[in-house]
Design a protein around this ligand. Structure first.
Ligand SMILES: Cc1cc2nc3c(=O)[nH]c(=O)nc-3n(C[C@H](O)[C@H](O)[C@H](O)COP(=O)(O)O)c2cc1C
Length: 189
């Protein structure tokens, strides 16, 4: 039985504040909170994050040389027990914000031999007007599994909505997001 309060981090890749991605991610985090976790939602658009420039310095020193919010984001993720990534489908893939996050955090994690991700669990939520939830989710899953993050059953969520708030009409999307939030806590207890 765990004594420390679990920390569940939600990472939204949508540039639209309080849009569909933030809303459905919020539903997952509310469920995690009801299960006793401490939760936090961060929006990648609120951070200054440059793309990875493939300098490979991290593989020599274990640190990224780019001066921006990359280190702060890395610490947000590594200080959490569970990580939920969420992105709208943009041309059937993740947003530029989420892809930059994946490359920067992911490459640094690999350079550091995945030691900062041991024992973590994760999941992903993709939102689309109509197409690309599967491919968008796959990109986020690739990141999580490459780092050795365990994905519990129900770890992927697809939701549908176009205009802000429409995702709240997708009952199945909301229900599966809540199940994901529950799973993020239960998998570690
Ligand atoms: C640049 C851009 C590309 C998009 N590409 C797709 C797409 O390929 N398939 C789709 O179903 N919806 C697409 N959409 C619609 C969004 O996925 C949808 O509106 C989603 O609800 C937006 O989430 P948000 O409210 O968090 O921004 C796109 C929207 C934008 C702005």
């Amino acid at each position: 039985m765990r004594t420390k309060q679990l920390r569940v981090l939600g990472v939204s890749g949508s540039p639209r504040a309080e849009g569909n991605t933030d809303l459905i991610l919020g539903e997952a985090l509310k469920a995690a909170k009801l299960n006793g976790a401490e939760t936090k939602l961060i929006r990648l658009s609120d951070f200054h994050l440059e793309p990875c420039n493939a300098c490979m310095a991290c593989f020599k020193t274990g640190k990224c040389v780019i001066v921006d919010d990359g280190q702060a984001l890395y610490e947000e993720v590594t200080n959490s027990d569970s990580i939920i990534l969420a992105s709208p489908s943009y041309f059937q893939g993740v947003t530029a914000q989420m892809k930059t996050f994946i490359d920067r955090v992911g490459f640094l994690a690999l350079a550091r031999k995945r030691q900062d991700f041991i024992g973590k669990v994760g999941g992903a939520i993709a939102v689309a007007r109509r197409s690309g939830v599967s491919s968008t989710c796959n990109q986020m899953m690739t990141f999580l599994t490459a780092l050795g993050v365990a994905i519990p059953s129900g770890g992927r969520v697809y939701a549908i909505g176009r205009e802000i708030g429409e995702v709240l009409n997708d009952q199945e999307g909301i229900e599966t997001a809540r199940q994901l939030g529950n799973a993020m806590v239960k998998a570690l207890n």
